[in-house]
Every structure is written in C-alpha cells, then in structure tokens.
Design a protein. Structure first.
Length: 423
C-alpha cells in the first residue's frame, strides 16, 4: 500500500484527505507541524509528501532543505498547498522538487488527480453532474443539491458542516436539505444513504433538527423505510419544512416575508480548505491561476522545431507548463488570455523579430521577465535586448541546467530568500 505524508494542515482537512485516499487504497500519515516532520519523513519514507507551506516560515524552509539534502528522501515528490500568491516565492519551491502548488480552497477534482499522477495511479473524481450549494442563516444550514448525487461532493459535506459549526460557534444547529428536480431510483440508494449518513455523522446535527424538501417519491420512501432515519422530516411542501424553524425568528414578522428571509444567507461562511465545487463547475476555467497546480508557466517564442522540442523537454524536467509560439505576433495577441512567469524569446523569428517584441512588451509595461535565447552573436543585439527590457541574453546552445537556472533566477530573489538552485 502506498503512503502519503501530510505536513501541516488542519486536522479536519487531514481527516477528509485520509478518507479520500483510503478509498484509493492509499494510507495517509499526518504530521501537524513542519518542525517535527523530517523525523517522520526518514522513518516513513513515503511515496508522496503533501505540505501546507503556509507563509513559508523558517520551519517549512528548514524541512525542505533537509529533505533535498537527504539521499533517501531527495527524490520523493512533493505537492504544496497554501495561500501564497507571490509568484517568485512559489517558483522557488521548484528547487525542492515540488511538482505542484495548489492555492486554497482546493478544487477536489484537480487536486486528487495530481495526487494520483504523483503516485503513478489513476485518481478520478465522480463525474456525476451535481450542483451543491450551502449557506447559513442564523442557526440553520441550508443545503441545496441539483442535477444529481455526486459521491465526492457529498463526502465533503461532513467536513464543511463540522468546520462551519465550530468556526461560527453554532449551538444545536438545524439543517434544511433541498433537493431540486432530482429523479432518483434504486440505483441511487447507496448515494442517498451516503448523503444522509454524512449529514448525521458525528452527531453534529440531531435527526429532529433535519428537514428535507423534495418531491421525489423514491427519496421520501427511502427515508421512511429505514429506522435509522426516524425523526428526519421529509416533505414536498416548503411551508411544512420551514414552519417548524420559524420559532427561532422574531414572532412579530409576517409569515410570507419571514419564509423568504430565512432562505437568504445572513452569515458569511468561513474559509475552507476545500471548495464544494469542482473546476468544471466554473465552466471549465480556473477561478485561480493555481487551480491546476501549475507552478511555472513559460512561453517559448522560437520558430525552429528542434529548438522548440529541446526547450519544452528542458522545462518539463521541473514540471513547468510550456506554450510554444512560432512567431511573436501570435504571442502578443495571446497575452490577454494567458499569464506567463517567464518568456523565452529568440531574436530571429518571422513576422516580428525579437527586438520588436521586446519594444512592444516594454511599451505595455509587461512585468514577467523575458530571457533572450538566441544564436545572435553581434554585441549590438545583446545591448539592444537588455536596453529593451530583457532580463538576460543567453547564447545558444546551452545545457538544460543553465536554462532552468536562468529562468528561476529571473523570477526568484534568491539572495533575499536564501534559496539555492540544487538541480
């Protein structure tokens, strides 16, 4: 059985991750802090490390430095999670064999897929179409599920409910589950049971405080036919479901406005490590540039197929995502849609040469560093390139290590942060 070492992160997240990996026959070991993590690492020698880098404090850096120097642990892949947004700081993690970085809240589907890839396994999320939304009004959880019952999203509910109850200091909370337009049958029985058991898990919410609004007859009969769910009220009428909850609101309010008001959230949900929505729920586009886990995005502008292949292969060694352009105009037109950490630019390219591209980027006040990588030996090309804003001029050909070091140096303040380039 493969093993994953989780370093840092909240216990609730660790429990959630442990359950998810258990389903994949993978064991999770949780080390709550980075300070003692190295001892656990050398004892366990896991197949993968997942580390919450937080704000990259000294303990995290010390652990990463010890790990990269240990011949037994050096090659162990790392996935980092956290709330960092500084690209230079995140790029510096590459020096420690960090393959992916995910900014919280994590998207379950892309995060678990990355874990599977790091372990050499195929992890796939439940693809059942499902919209799951939750909000809190006073002391009531309102959960709406539409489209279908997705097992992975349902599993998240236990941890989200528990987390909200604790952080919002909710006492004896109530819960209204609204199932919109669901047509269920006996094939959905295991998912229905999972949903109900998840809500009841750890007795965070008592059965008598759970109301379910649904017109689906199969769901209604399922609840009635199982003694373990006695006390949960199920109805297709919204007033029947909500009326017992009105006692917690001001009695002076009239009924209709009151029914409307309790459906409107009045408490902001606390931040969570896990997003209840998958990446595909956002229309297939990432809400954060770190949702896909890509740590380094590189644009390669070079019309030579051989050079293109070498450059792509070079940066794949550090799990960088590369986008290749055979001319500069296409690259410039693409800047409105894509973000790059580093641009690798040749001088001699069609339609618009490298120096003109540099002038255009300088005029746009483009902030990402540009490395000129060219066979141009005339010193005037070097002078002009640096004058027009290139971070460095590198003469072709060079070893992959040189290109990687220059790319990382261009975006990382290594003298300030004290990171080396032990590639």
């Amino acid at each position: 059985m493969k093993q994953v070492l989780l370093i840092g992160a909240h216990y609730t997240f660790a429990e959630y991750l442990s359950d998810g990996l258990k389903d994949q026959q993978v064991k999770l070991e949780h080390c709550p802090n980075s300070r003692s993590a190295y001892t656990t690492l050398i004892q366990l020698l896991p197949d993968l490390i997942i580390i919450d880098v937080g704000s990259m404090d000294e303990d995290v850096i010390l652990f990463l430095e010890k790990k990269i120097k240990d011949p037994n642990a050096k090659s162990t892949p790392i996935i980092a999670i956290g709330e960092l947004e500084d690209r230079r700081l995140i790029a510096s993690l590459i020096n420690f064999r960090v393959q992916k970085y995910f900014k919280m809240p994590l998207k379950y589907d892309t995060f678990f897929k990355a874990i599977g890839e790091a372990l050499g396994m195929n992890f796939t999320a439940d693809q059942t179409e499902c919209i799951l939304e939750m909000h809190v009004t006073d002391n009531i959880f309102f959960i709406e599920i539409a489209g279908g019952l997705n097992r992975d999203k349902i599993s998240m509910l236990r941890y989200r409910i528990s987390d909200c109850k604790t952080k919002l200091k909710m006492t004896a909370p109530k819960l209204v589950l609204m199932l919109s337009d669901l047509k269920l049958c006996f094939l959905d029985m295991t998912n229905i049971q999972l949903l109900l058991d998840t809500i009841l898990k750890d007795m965070v919410i008592k059965k008598g405080n759970i109301k379910i609004l649904t017109n689906d007859s199969f769901f209604q009969e399922f609840v009635k036919g199982h003694a373990e769910y006695n006390g949960i009220e199920v109805s297709g009428d919204i007033e029947t479901v909500l009326n017992p909850l009105l006692e917690i609101f001001a009695l002076s309010e009239s009924k209709d406005p009151l029914l409307h008001r309790i459906l409107i959230p009045n408490k902001e949900l606390p931040e969570s490590a896990i997003d209840l929505r998958f990446s595909k729920d956002y229309g297939g586009t990432a809400q954060s540039e770190w949702d896909s886990g890509d740590m380094l995005r590189i644009a390669i502008i070079d019309d030579d197929p051989v050079s293109q292949k070498i450059l792509v292969g070079t940066f794949e060694r550090i799990q960088a995502t590369t986008t290749v352009y055979s001319d500069g105009i296409t690259f410039l037109n693409d800047l409105n849609n894509k973000t790059f950490d580093v641009v690798i630019l040749d001088i001699f390219i069609p339609k618009m040469n490298g120096l003109d591209i540099l002038k255009s980027l300088q005029h746009q006040k483009y902030s990402s560093p540009v490395l000129v990588y060219s066979q141009a030996t005339d010193t005037q090309y070097v002078t002009d390139a640096l004058t027009y804003g290139a971070a460095n001029f590198i003469l072709k050909p060079q070893k992959p290590e040189v290109l990687i070091q220059n790319a990382l140096a261009a975006i990382s303040d290594r003298d300030k942060d004290g990171f080396g380039f032990g590639l």
